[in-house]
Design a protein around this ligand. Structure first.
Ligand code: ADP
Ligand code: MG
Length: 138
């Protein structure tokens, strides 16, 4: 699996990295990391990099579960769902098949629902509050 590792030292740097990644990301992207790691922050940059919306317009879909930006960028947060059948009601498969960019937080909790072909971005908080961000393409 090809991987790239980055390190960011502020929210702004994480958004800038997201912007750079967002230019080229396609398909299904799993953002993996603890609460507060920076998954939503990175998404702000990715959405902007895709040209779908400005970073400031991106907010966490924690309660609404799915946000759409432009025609075909989707941001999904599965944090509040506990059961596979709840996730199934979201119609993720249709999204996955649509050719849209689908960015998901907490999707690793439902591995059986995720396609094998995907990009994983793993975010880890380091001691000095910087972030290690590893991008793994399938
Ligand atoms: P998640 O979606 O993973 O729960 P958020 O992106 O919502 O996390 O929140 C990340 C928080 O961490 C924000 O309050 C942000 O300001 C802060 N932060 C501090 N340093 C960084 C950094 N290097 N990268 C991203 N966020 C950072
Ligand atoms: Mg989040």
């Amino acid at each position: 699996m090809p991987s790239e590792t980055f390190r960011t030292h502020s929210e702004e740097e994480t958004i800038a990295l997201g912007r750079a990644l967002g230019v080229r990301l396609r398909g299904i992207v799993l953002l993996i990391g603890n609460l507060g790691a920076g998954k939503t922050t990175l998404t702000k940059g990715i959405v902007e990099g895709q040209g779908a919306a400005p970073a400031d317009a991106v907010s966490s879909p924690t309660f609404t579960l799915v946000h759409q930006y432009g025609e075909d960028v989707f941001h999904v947060d599965l944090y509040r769902l506990d059961e596979t059948r709840e996730v199934e009601t979201l119609g993720l498969n249709d999204l996955f098949d649509s050719g849209s960019l689908v960015i998901l937080e907490w999707a690793e909790r439902f591995p059986e629902l995720m396609p094998a072909e995907r990009t994983e971005i793993r975010i880890r908080t380091l001691a000095d509050d910087s972030r290690e961000i590893v991008v793994l393409a399938s």
